[in-house]
Design a protein around this ligand. Structure first.
Ligand SMILES: Nc1ncnc2c1ncn2[C@@H]1O[C@H](COP(=O)(O)OP(=O)(O)OP(=O)(O)O)[C@@H](O)[C@H]1O
Ligand SMILES: [Mg+2]
Length: 322
């Protein structure tokens, strides 16, 4: 197997709240991503998916901070980089499509300016070359009138168009790793498919690895190679997509799959399991899923299980498999 592109180990990202509580948004996660691989990250709202991706990007702001851990990317520990060094990585080998495009696009610059900036700064193109390339990129993400779009401001575009503009910016640097946080949740189904297909094309063309955060297990089935299930700031299962659907191990994963739509069931999304995720400042002392788990045993409430390998390419954090 080729060397990992991203290797996250023992990562903890905590938020220090006003009332002295600590929200353990990401609490000791480990995973790797290989070049060209699409890895999905799934889990209920509040489980720590966005904070995981923002930690990789080194975009955690106060009151949060990376408490512990390493994020090796291309052999370099991102946690140790200065802001200036990190800014270089962000525009080059590492790019992110954010959950909310308006937070990533700058409202006072045209779409063209924002794409060209990356090309001029990181790819060292001249202004004219960058202009030409920006039009190509906009056409590639489905703007037929790219020559006009390039002069438009973010607020002049619809939600779907903004999302595509953000993809064009992310693609402009040919990243080795693209992090996509719910890239299509706000979009209608046809545009969703277009955007995911675009990301897939990019993966095929440039061997881009993708960390795909999604609520949609249908998207996981269609686009991902591997999947990590997150619960309460931790990864509770890490496996291939085939195994996820054919042989899920963690009771939380099983619950998620049972909440999937089928022909004779009403369409439901993730999170149809009884109860809710505990707030990240007050997890139970044992397994974080223990108070919702149908298989709960005595030891589950006493100590936190570890994420252990149960077979090649399949890890699970559960005493049932200890
Ligand atoms: N700015 C913040 N201040 C305090 N706590 C925060 C902050 N941002 C995130 N958190 C905590 O981190 C937890 C994880 O948040 P995160 O945004 O990663 O969830 P998510 O899995 O991306 O959810 P969603 O599916 O809704 O996007 C939250 O439950 C919250 O407790
Ligand atoms: Mg999120």
């Amino acid at each position: 197997m080729q060397e990992a592109l991203l290797k996250v180990e023992g990562l903890k990202t905590y938020f220090y709240l006003d009332d002295k509580k600590i929200a353990k948004a990401v609490d000791d996660i480990q995973f790797t991503i290989h070049p060209g691989e699409t890895v999905a990250l799934v889990g209920e709202s509040g489980s720590g998916k966005s904070i995981t991706s923002l930690s990789i990007m080194q975009l955690i702001n106060k009151p949060g901070r990376i408490e512990k851990g390493t994020i090796l990317f291309n052999g370099q520990d991102l946690v140790k980089l200065s802001e200036k060094e990190m800014a270089k990585v962000r525009g080059n080998d590492l790019a992110m499509i954010f959950q909310e495009p308006m937070t990533a696009l700058n409202p006072v610059f045209t779409i063209g300016n924002q794409i060209m900036e990356t090309l001029i700064k990181h790819k060292k193109l001249t202004k004219m070359q960058a202009h030409k390339k920006a039009i190509e990129l906009l056409k590639m993400v489905g703007f037929p009138r790219a020559e006009e779009t390039i002069n438009e401001y973010p607020h002049q575009l619809s939600g779907g168009m903004r999302q595509r503009a953000m993809i064009a910016i992310a693609m402009s640097c040919d990243p080795k790793l693209l992090i996509a946080d719910e890239p299509t949740t706000a979009l209608d189904v046809t545009i969703q498919a277009q955007i995911l297909d675009l990301m897939n094309e990019m993966k095929q063309k440039f061997n881009t690895a993708i960390l795909l955060i999604t609520h949609d297990l249908g998207v996981v089935a269609e686009y991902a190679d591997r999947v990590m299930v997150m619960y309460g700031g931790q990864i509770v299962e890490d496996t291939t997509v085939e195994q996820l659907f054919s042989d899920p191990k963690h009771p939380y994963t099983t619950g998620l799959l049972e909440s999937l739509p089928s022909i004779d069931k009403e369409v439901k999304r993730l999170g149809a399991i009884k109860g809710t995720v505990p707030p990240s400042h007050s997890f139970p002392s044992g397994c974080r899923f223990s108070d919702r788990c149908p298989n709960v045993m005595e030891q589950c409430q006493q100590a936190l299980p570890q994420l252990l390998s149960i077979e090649t390419g399949h890890k699970v954090r559960c005493y049932l498999y200890d």
